[in-house]
Design a protein around this ligand. Structure first.
Ligand code: ATR
Length: 279
């Protein structure tokens, strides 16, 4: 057995969490990069996040990921919060510092942007309007990321228009709130379409949108990754758009977390990507 000081621990706190694919990826990286340790699923009930997090230093954890339903609460608990997490009001990564304090980061933004770049290296946020379907937690990270990357117009289309309007108040004049019934027209001239609603997910209702007005050189990204090829992505591909699946964001957000904990920025092999798809 390794000495506890050199056996590195991390994990993901969520509820439920046993279905998470993150342990496979981090444990594969640990093996591949020679980090002796383990990344565990950590079921933490609502209301017990703070107690669980404060136990991390005593347990010798390097840190952990935080997923639903804890992503917002972590921002209130952490001793240090990075600017993106502050602006979004949600974080997904915690790093235990040497003094035992907890630093929270939002790497969903990084994951989203990197997933786009992996499929379309020349894509730039400033190239043209983006359309974001939905105005929930996932949309907050996407809209923040697009504006931080220089997007000048982000059309936020939401079933509840007030939530889209609140995005404009918060993230500035680049956000154009639009009603759900205008979603098809909203695609005119857009360079990016992102679905952040649960529409199209296994067991949910399908995403009902006509892509006719969307330019064929626009990127189409679905945050949903069950199924991997959502009907939106299939329709986009069929008409010639580059489609970016939602697993890319999940995989990419893990890289800077691993770097912060273990000092190595990992890459993703084809085998690891296939393993995540199959999980
Ligand atoms: P998350 O944090 O995962 O983004 P959320 O905060 O519950 O989840 O947000 C879900 C998003 O999907 C919201 O924008 C929601 O629209 P409302 O703000 O009107 O609730 C959107 N959504 C969910 N079901 C939908 C449906 N059937 N049609 C259109 N939009 C839907």
């Amino acid at each position: 057995m390794s000495h506890p000081a050199t056996f590195r621990l991390a994990g993901v706190m969520g509820w439920p969490v046993m279905h998470s694919r993150s342990p496979r990826l981090h444990n594969s990286w640990m093996q591949r990069y020679g980090v002796s340790g383990y990344y565990a699923p950590l079921p933490v009930e609502p209301g017990r996040l703070e107690a669980a997090l404060r136990a991390l230093p005593a347990l010798n954890f390097a840190g952990c990921n935080v997923t639903l339903p804890h992503k917002e609460e972590i921002v209130r608990i952490a001793d240090h919060v990075d600017p993106a997490a502050k602006a979004i009001g949600a974080a997904n990564c915690v790093v235990v510092r040497d003094d035992g304090s907890l630093a929270a980061f939002n790497y969903d933004v990084f994951g989203f942007m990197e997933a786009l770049r992996a499929q379309a290296p020349s894509w730039r946020a400033a190239q043209g309007p983006a359309v974001v379907l939905g105005a929930g937690g996932a949309a907050r990270a996407v809209v923040y990321g697009l504006i931080a990357e220089g997007a000048r117009e982000v059309r936020v289309v939401n079933r509840t228009l007030e939530r889209a309007q609140a995005f404009a108040d918060e993230f500035g004049a680049a956000v154009k709130p639009l009603a759900w019934e205008n979603r098809a027209e909203a695609l005119a001239g857009a360079m990016l379409l992102v679905n952040t609603t649960s529409n199209g997910m296994v067991g949910q209702q399908p995403l009902d949108i006509s892509l006719d007005a969307l330019p064929r050189n626009a990127l189409v990204n679905d945050i949903v990754y069950t199924p991997l090829e959502t009907p939106l992505l299939a329709a986009a591909r069929a008409r010639g758009n580059v489609a970016v699946d939602g697993l890319g964001m999940l995989i990419q957000q893990a890289r800077p977390a691993f770097r912060d904990w273990f000092g190595i920025m990992p890459d993703v092999t084809a085998e690891e990507r296939a393993m995540m798809e199959a999980a």
